[in-house]
Design a binder for this molecule. Structure first.
Ligand code: DQA
Length: 142
């Protein structure tokens, strides 16, 4: 099973950005964590990160006929991007949304998730573990 994992803006600054919210571990540590989780489940993953909305849309579109599912943390674009929602709807692959922090307990502008409207599950507030839960969910589902 081949899953593309797409991370949005500022996640490359994990460990530096607001460690009280996002933790002290850096982005390479997240990549390592996901690779370990995927290998335990015998899943093939590709882990990508971009700060650019259009690049994220391109990566979603490329999944068509190439990947079995998507795990996405669109970061701030979660709350603004109809383009990402439309791309997810267009490819119509099983997609799971992940957020390190619990967006439901934060500012009001984080309460809306556009991308989440095209996702079959959301894991938020679990830190890195949310990505492992997302992979397990897809593993059981597909
Ligand atoms: C985030 C939550 C978003 O609201 C925020 O803009 C991020 C990260 C998370 O993983 O908790 O950049 O997606």
């Amino acid at each position: 099973m081949r899953i593309r994992i797409i991370n949005g803006p500022n996640l490359n600054l994990l460990g530096i950005r607001e460690p009280n919210i996002y933790g002290k571990q850096d982005y390479p540590a997240l990549v390592h964590f996901i690779e370990e989780a995927a290998s335990r489940l015998d899943m093939e993953v590709q882990i990508l990160q971009s700060n650019h909305e259009g690049v994220l849309v391109d990566w979603i579109q490329e999944c068509l006929n190439e990947w079995n599912g998507i795990v996405i943390n669109p970061a701030a674009y979660t709350h603004t991007s109809v383009a990402i929602l439309d791309a997810l709807k267009a490819v119509a692959l099983p997609t799971v949304e992940v957020h390190l922090s619990d967006i439901r307990q934060r500012e009001s502008f984080r309460q809306i998730s556009y991308a989440g409207q095209a996702c079959i599950a959301t894991f938020c507030g679990l830190g890195f573990e949310g990505y492992a839960k997302a992979l397990e969910f897809l593993h059981n589902r597909l």
